[in-house]
Design a protein around this ligand. Structure first.
Ligand code: RIB
Ligand code: CA
Length: 314
């Protein structure tokens, strides 16, 4: 299978960090054109540094890393140190990475990269607030035909919100950007809390990561032990949901997931429901289907894939 050209846009965060390790361990499937970073879980100067750390841990200094927007399009930035810790990737040793940040702004990189690409050739994988993606579309709409698909982590319907009663973090932080992406006209696949809350890091699964017995495996265990402490308490669940790796796992093995084409709209006006993803799952309106909404995952298959790829780091 020819490798997919992808651009990852992220806000590490422990789950973004593990998503990066999964993608970087799959060079046969992914030609990662670049990784762009956005303010989200923690401020931009940390999400870009964390991305550089993770690429260093993965032994992938070849992948260019760019910094993008440090705040949402209109609203005030909210961050999630309460979930991810002050560094954003609490649970591993933090250091100044040798991998350098590219000087070009992430949006300018994406415009230049996509304008030089064939139609339907580049997949975007955003796992943070959608500010950079929306800004790229606004700056140069001619990039749109070049986008093969956007596979994003965000939103919630059956699961309810994790940031307000009705909004998931990535969409809530920048609902205006999210609505622009929902209406970009390109193929959209959405991995919402409805599916990521099935991918829980149980004690047994954490033990499997421990048995990797490698520097990368140890880093993953450290990240997950920290990440687990918050969500298990909050949801009284069997472990933290591995949100962002669901995007890359979907691209690697779509058969692990069930999804349905739906209309998805984002609330951008009401403070009560700001950032809510209104999903017409049963098509009770005549609003056009604009996304594939993932609602089920084979969790054991997902973790088997993740472990199998992380084993590659030796
Ligand atoms: O709501 C979960 C999402 O918000 C994940 O992408 C997590 O990393 C945070 O960005
Ligand atoms: Ca994220």
């Amino acid at each position: 299978m020819a490798s997919k050209k992808i651009i990852i846009d992220c806000d590490p965060g422990q789950d973004d960090a593990i998503m990066l390790l999964l993608a970087l361990a799959s060079p046969d499937e992914f030609d990662i054109l670049g990784i762009t970073t956005v303010a989200g879980n923690v401020p931009l100067h940390l999400t870009e540094r964390n991305t550089r750390i993770m690429c260093e841990i993965a032994g992938r200094p070849d992948v260019p890393i760019y910094a993008g927007h440090d705040r949402p399009m209109r609203r005030k930035l909210i961050t999630a140190e309460n979930v991810h810790g002050k560094t954003g990737i609490d649970g591993i040793d933090i250091y100044q990475p040798t991998i350098r940040l590219q000087p070009q702004h992430a949006v300018d990189f994406m415009v230049e990269c996509l304008m030089g690409a064939q139609d339907d050739s580049v997949t975007l994988v955003p796992t943070g607030p959608l500010t950079n993606i929306a800004a790229t579309i606004i700056k140069e709409p001619a990039i749109l035909p070049r986008i093969r698909e956007i596979v994003l982590m965000g939103g919630a319907m059956r699961e309810g919100g994790n940031t307000t009663p009705c909004a998931e973090f990535n969409i809530y932080v920048d609902p205006d950007a999210a609505q622009i992406v929902m209406h970009c006209g390109r193929p959209l696949t959405i991995a919402p809390l409805d599916v990521t809350h099935q991918a829980l890091v149980s004690r047994a699964r954490l033990q499997q990561f421990r048995e990797l017995d490698s520097p990368v495996g140890d880093a993953v265990v450290g990240l997950l032990e920290f990440f687990n402490r918050f969500d298990s308490e909050k949801y009284d669940s069997a472990g933290a949901p591995l949100h962002d790796p669901c995007t890359i796992a979907y691209l690697l093995s779509p058969g692990l997931f069930k999804g349905k084409r739906c209309n998805v709209e984002v609330e951008t006006q009401s403070e009560l429901t700001m950032g809510h993803t209104a999903v017409d799952f049963w098509q009770v309106t005549d609003r056009p289907c604009n996304a594939r909404w993932l609602y089920e995952v084979d969790a054991d298959g997902f973790f088997d894939l993740l472990i199998q790829r992380l084993c590659r780091y030796g």
